[in-house]
Design a protein around this ligand. Structure first.
Ligand SMILES: Cc1cc2nc3c(=O)[nH]c(=O)nc-3n(C[C@H](O)[C@H](O)[C@H](O)COP(=O)(O)O)c2cc1C
Length: 201
């Protein structure tokens, strides 16, 4: 029923997202994998911030953060999140809404250990989203964790991934005179089949 063609072709939205991201890696000046991640607080007040998408799995999108952060608190309370990635160079966006679970196993360890030593120690030093007295206080914390954890720190128990398993993914591409192309992929909870609908711009 769908008239998809060109850049929208394909039967697997994760493969499609990967192929758009691969194109963006060539055309974007930096951080083609940056996503604006939204959560809501206990009052339903939305909250959005950028994070880096680290993997597009066969059924999920994965990013890493501090489990003590505001975003983590909101994700743990609701089990839900949404994000958008937008590439100015391609004039395209992908929107995702879904349920969220932690990635704190071997994949999180592997990703943590792939990072530079300074970043690994930074993860130990930052009490993300908590008040900080000064830059000097942060650097003192870095010195402290460096002395404690040495040259091969383990992944902090309060730092790891989140896996967003989508119920909806929308692919959008700029069209002439604002007549953009939009395709929304939807699946019922627990179902594997996607239903794709073309939307008005
Ligand atoms: C381009 C960009 C990428 C970022 N990537 C991450 C990331 O991968 N993980 C993360 O925890 N914060 C990342 N940040 C910082 C977040 O935007 C945010 O400041 C921080 O995670 C605290 O958010 P919270 O208080 O809502 O939890 C990034 C910021 C920018 C601008």
């Amino acid at each position: 029923m769908s008239d998809r063609s060109g850049i929208f072709t394909g039967e697997n939205p994760f493969e499609l997202a990967r192929s758009w991201l691969t194109e963006a890696e060539v055309s974007e000046p930096n951080d083609p994998n940056a996503i604006a991640l939204s959560t809501v607080d206990a009052d339903g007040m939305p909250n959005t911030r950028m994070v880096l998408l680290k993997e597009i799995e066969d059924d999920a999108f994965v990013f890493y953060t501090n489990y003590g952060s505001v975003k983590a608190e909101e994700i743990e309370a609701t089990g839900k999140a949404s994000f958008v990635m937008h590439w100015k160079s391609l004039r395209r966006q992908i929107r995702v809404r879904g349920t969220v679970t932690r990635e704190e196993g071997s994949k999180a360890n592997a990703y943590y250990h792939s990072r530079s030593l300074k970043s690994r120690l930074g993860a130990w030093a930052s009490h993300q989203s908590q008040p900080l007295a000064s830059r000097a206080a942060l650097m003192a914390e870095v010195a402290k964790v460096t002395a404690v954890h040495g040259p091969n720190p383990a992944r902090p128990p309060f730092w790891g991934g989140y896996r967003i398993c989508p119920t909806e993914i929308e692919f959008w591409a700029d069209g002439a005179f604002r007549l953009h192309d939009r395709y929304r992929w939807v699946r019922q909870k627990g179902k594997v089949e996607w239903v794709v609908v073309r939307l008005n711009p």
